[in-house]
Every structure is written in structure tokens, then in C-alpha cells.
Design a protein around this ligand. Structure first.
Ligand SMILES: [Zn+2]
Length: 336
């Protein structure tokens, strides 16, 4: 199967009454967002909404038509997190049809920041400055994500353990902070299904904590704890927001945990070789599945790479493996 074939397969029934509908994304970074339509006695429920644009909207209409339904039959959308490729089409769908939308309560600050046009980019830029990133790189490549006009509060904010009704089933809302602070997975334990959003993806490791809110939390520590949380639940079929479904959440979680231990070790090695800032460490690490040099990444991806490295250094600090100190302009790390 080609790397992006999952994005062009049309509607796929992944379990009885559960249909995967890939919706196109603007640009081609992730190709598509999987929306899962659950067809039940009281209409259709969706997990995730996709990135609102007319092509994606048409993909949804076409997908629902194949199920003998239309957008007006959607009663509820449970959204895994506030990133635009998951939330914005859900907002538009509610405006057009009056359906109910659910989103994790931890996303409230993000939704308010983007909806208010703030995007929190100044805070993000300040954080990158303290990572030792050249100012010119930040100025040229840090850009906002998400149209403020498509950000507003959902019908209901979710808390851990809530059970939103989606297509006639009550899904178990499992808080999995890390990718974003309010990320949720949705479980149907009886059917052996876990809708993982971006928490567990089959081909890539999700970005960590890319959101317009301050970074008083340790997003990677949260993320690793959320991987362990999902690992401690019964194994289930993996129904990700990007990429093809897979048979085992646990198998992929184990790979992701291994991956992050390797990255933590590589960060420690870079410090042992004399790197001192998150930027200097990131510049020494291999990136992406193809192990590309930092200098080969796009400017925006370099910023994301530094942000990710900073998250790893914070976990090493938490584990007592490095010492961190704030100099006047930058955060400096040394092997403990
Ligand atoms: Zn995301």
C-alpha cells in the first residue's frame, strides 16, 4: 500500500457500523484527516471533524451519501483536540446543522486564544528564543494555525470519564494530554475500538504541545503518561486520525515509548558532546523517519524540532539526568 493510499480509499467500514471517511486537508503534509462515522438507531455520530474547507466538506457529503445519509443526519461530533484539522469542520457542521459538538475541557484556553485572534504566537516565540533559536529563524517561519473565525466553544466541554453519545453508542472519553493539553481518545471497549486522534498514530510520532498556551506544563511527560494510560487499558483496534487503522493500540504504543527513550538518550549524548541549548541539541539529532539532518528541514519544521527537543530536555531534567539553568537569554542544559 502506498504511503498515502489510506487517504484516498473512500469510505471504509472498519467495524460493524463504524465507517472511516478520510477528508482532504489543505496542503499535503498529512494528506487527510480520518473522520469516523458511527451509524446507530438515533442517527450518525462522528469522531473528529477534519479541517474545514469546501473540498473536505464535499468528501464528507460523498462519504455520508455512500451510507445513505447526509450532513443533516449527523447528531453529534466528538472531537479529539482543538487543532484545525480536527476541530474546524466540526464547528462549521454545528453552524449548518445544529448538531452537538464535544471537545476536551483542557482545550478551552486554546480555543479562546485562537478565537480571539491571539494565537499565542508571542509566547511561543519567546519560548523559542529561550531555546537559543536565532531570532531571524523565528521571525521568518513561525506562523499561525487555524482561522479565528472557525474557533468557538463546543456544545459541551468534556472531562475524563464522560460518556458522550455518538451515533447511538456511549463512547468512553479518555483524557490523554500531551499532543495538546486537552486531547481525548474515545473508547468503545465492548467493540474493542479505540479512536486515538493524534495520540497514537501508525506512521509518525505526533508533535508535542504545539498550542497557543504557555508551557508551564511538561507536555512530553504528560504525553508519556498518557501512552502508559492507554497501554494499561484493554488492547483495542487502532483507529487513528491520520494513517490506516491497525489491529493493536498496544503494539504501536510500545513502539512510541521505545522511540521516545531513544530520543531522550540521543539528547543526553548531544549534551555529553557539548551541546548546551535546545537549539544546539536539535541541530545534532536525526529527524523524521528518514533520519534527515536538521539543516534539511523546512524552517517551520526546524522550529517544531527545537520545541520537541526542549520537551525532551525537560523530561531529562525531571528524571535528574540533566541540570537546567536559566541564563539571561537562554536556557542552558548540562549532563547531571
Ligand atoms: Zn493534532
Amino acid at each position: 500500500m502506498g504511503r498515502h493510499e489510506w487517504a484516498h480509499t473512500g469510505v471504509e467500514e472498519v467495524a460493524p457500523g463504524v465507517h472511516r471517511i478520510p477528508l482532504r486537508m489543505p496542503g499535503d503534509v498529512l494528506a487527510a484527516t480520518n473522520v469516523y462515522a458511527i451509524v446507530g438507531a438515533d442517527g450518525i455520530g462522528l469522531v473528529d471533524g477534519g479541517w474545514f474547507a469546501e473540498p473536505a466538506w464535499r468528501d464528507l457529503e460523498t462519504g455520508l451519501a455512500a451510507l445513505g445519509a447526509g450532513t443533516g443526519d449527523v447528531r453529534a461530533v466528538a472531537v479529539t483536540h482543538a487543532h484545525p484539522d480536527h476541530y474546524t469542520l466540526a464547528v462549521e457542521l454545528r453552524r449548518r446543522t445544529g448538531c452537538t459538538t464535544y471537545l476536551g475541557a483542557g482545550e478551552r484556553e486554546t480555543v479562546e486564544a485562537i478565537g480571539g485572534g491571539g494565537h499565542g504566537l508571542a509566547d511561543f516565540a519567546a519560548s523559542l528564543d529561550r531555546c537559543g533559536v536565532p531570532a531571524e529563524l523565528v521571525e521568518r517561519h513561525l506562523s499561525a494555525q487555524g482561522d479565528p473565525a472557525l474557533y468557538e466553544a463546543p456544545s459541551e466541554w468534556l472531562s475524563d470519564g464522560d460518556a458522550p453519545p455518538v451515533g447511538g453508542v456511549r463512547l468512553d472519553a479518555v483524557a490523554t494530554p500531551g499532543h495538546t493539553r486537552g486531547h481525548f481518545c474515545f473508547a468503545d471497549d465492548e467493540a474493542g475500538l479505540l479512536f486515538t486522534g493524534d495520540h497514537v498514530l501508525p506512521h509518525i510520532t505526533p508533535s508535542i504541545g504545539f498550542e497557543p498556551v504557555d508551557d508551564r506544563h511538561l507536555p512530553l511527560a504528560d504525553y508519556l503518561a498518557s501512552l502508559h494510560r492507554v497501554r494499561s487499558r484493554p488492547d483495542a483496534a487502532l483507529l487513528p486520525a491520520h494513517g490506516p487503522p491497525g489491529p493493536s493500540v498496544h503494539a504501536r504504543v510500545d513502539e512510541l515509548l521505545d522511540h521516545h527513550e531513544v530520543r531522550l538518550a540521543q539528547c543526553g549524548d548531544a549534551l555529553a558532546e557539548g551541546a548546551r541549548t535546545a537549539y544546539e541539541v536539535a541541530a545534532r539529532l536525526p529527524w523524521t523517519r528518514r533520519l534527515r539532518a536538521f539543516s534539511e528541514l523546512s524552517g517551520f519544521d526546524q522550529l517544531m524540532a527545537v520545541h520537541e527537543t526542549r520537551a525532551h530536555l525537560a523530561v531529562l531534567d525531571l528524571r535528574g539526568r540533566v541540570t537546567a539553568r536559566a541564563d539571561a537569554d537562554v536556557d542552558v542544559y548540562e549532563p547531571a
